[in-house]
Design a protein around this ligand. Structure first.
Ligand SMILES: Nc1nc2c(c(=O)[nH]1)N[C@H]1C(S)=C(S)[C@@H](COP(=O)(O)O)O[C@H]1N2
Ligand SMILES: [Mo]
Length: 312
């Protein structure tokens, strides 16, 4: 394969992803120690950009989904139900600055933060994760964000805090489908406290090395890589520590089809379709779906002894 050098590429072809990939390659070649560690996508087996020199014939290696697909093929029902709606409508309507986040419920340090104070810059990392939508497609996305555990520790949850409940912004002027009854707004999600504290769980502020585009849930969204994509709630304005399992938006809208746990599981089908395989966006062939989306060695212990058919 001929790989064009940077200077051979006309500037019109320099996409955000080629800038990101070049910088990543540069850092991987040049950096050791602390900087290198934060850039290693440790959580994802071996995930490298598809046009990288190191992309040998290794089946384990995966291509990043293109920036174009990641930012134009979205689910964000506040802007419509078509995959193309969020990219068309969210950027012109969602005001992400100023942005504040409320942390409340059972914790010693409830607070309202401006986004800048909420995100500790030294905690920010780049992490590439697979995202598996319940609709049986998937992507590989280079996220930027902070471990959710970082903000949870700061809040000092009390012994009564068993779950964390998350809320998307409620503002029908900025999110026009909130004027409809498509879902019971605002969009709500939840995690058990130990899932929320797991080192893989990320509060994302960016992707491809830049701030999150509106359609991907700017300025702050959750990413829980071993669960179906609907758990990764977008444009978060509040997180609350609660004692009882929260009712998430999709459980509320259709409890027989969507459970609280929503762990990726090829053996538990959706009532209307199989979850055994998936299509990677940008590809035609189908791939086998992996238990816990491939993160089982890191997260299976959270569910030891649980019947995953019952707790789907
Ligand atoms: N507030 C809100 N968050 C949401 C959704 C939504 O409709 N509203 N869709 C979810 C679903 S179904 C998926 S697959 C992911 C998609 O994230 P992406 O568009 O960044 O790939 O966002 C999730 N978060
Ligand atoms: Mo999804």
């Amino acid at each position: 394969m001929h790989i064009r050098k940077r200077s051979e590429i006309p500037s019109s072809e320099i996409t955000p992803e080629s800038v990101y990939l070049d910088r990543r390659r540069f850092l991987r070649l040049g950096a050791t120690g602390a900087i290198g560690a934060t850039l290693t996508p440790a959580a994802l087996g071996a995930c490298t950009p598809g046009d990288d020199d190191s992309q040998a014939a290794d089946d384990e290696q995966e291509r990043l989904t293109s920036f174009e697909d990641v930012t134009t093929y979205n689910n964000f029902y506040e802007y419509g139900t078509d995959k193309s709606d969020p990219a068309k409508h969210a950027p012109g309507l969602l005001r992400t600055s100023p942005w504040s986040i409320v942390v409340d419920g059972h914790c010693a340090k409830p607070a309202t933060y401006a986004l800048e104070d909420f995100i500790r810059p030294s905690a920010v990392e780049d992490r590439t994760y697979r995202l598996r939508c319940v609709e049986a497609w998937s992507m590989v996305i280079p996220w930027r964000g902070i471990p959710l555990a970082d903000v949870i520790r700061r809040a000092e949850p009390t012994a009564r805090a068993k779950y964390v409940e998350f809320f998307t912004l409620l503002d029908p002027e900025q999110m026009p489908y909130q004027k409809t009854k498509l879902l019971d707004w605002p969009y709500v999600e939840g995690l058990r406290l130990d899932e929320a504290m797991h080192p893989l769980t990320l509060l994302a502020t960016g992707l491809y090395g830049r701030d999150l585009p509106a359609q991907n849930g700017a300025p702050l969204r959750l990413v829980v890589p071993w669960k179906y994509g609907f758990k990764s709630i977008k444009s978060i304005v509040r997180m609350r520590f609660v004692e009882r399992q929260p009712t998430s938006t999709w459980m509320d809208s259709n409890p027989t089809e969507y459970g609280f746990y929503a762990n990726v599981n090829p053996r538990v089908d959706h009532p209307r379709w199989s979850q055994a395989s998936e299509r990677r966006i940008g590809e035609f062939r189908r791939r086998d779906t992996l238990m816990f989306n491939g993160y089982g060695d890191q997260v299976a212990g959270l569910y030891a002894g649980m019947d995953l058919r019952r707790y789907f």
